[in-house]
Design a protein around this ligand. Structure first.
Ligand SMILES: [Zn+2]
Length: 54
């Protein structure tokens, strides 16, 4: 049994808005400030909030 859910081509992780790399985690410093990992770019915290939601 596969746990894969959703047939979208989208990856479970959102792309970095700065470098386009896969964002595995976001460290949020505030409502408007976050750092993507592992690339380390400054991104919006919303990068994860809107991803993978149905
Ligand atoms: Zn990046």
């Amino acid at each position: 049994m596969s746990a894969e859910h959703g047939d979208d081509k989208s990856s479970p992780y959102p792309p970095c808005s700065e470098c386009g790399g896969t964002v595995l985690a976001v460290t949020v410093f505030g409502p408007m400030a976050a750092i993507a990992s592992p690339c380390g770019c400054s991104v919006s915290p919303e990068i994860f909030d809107g991803a993978g939601r149905e």
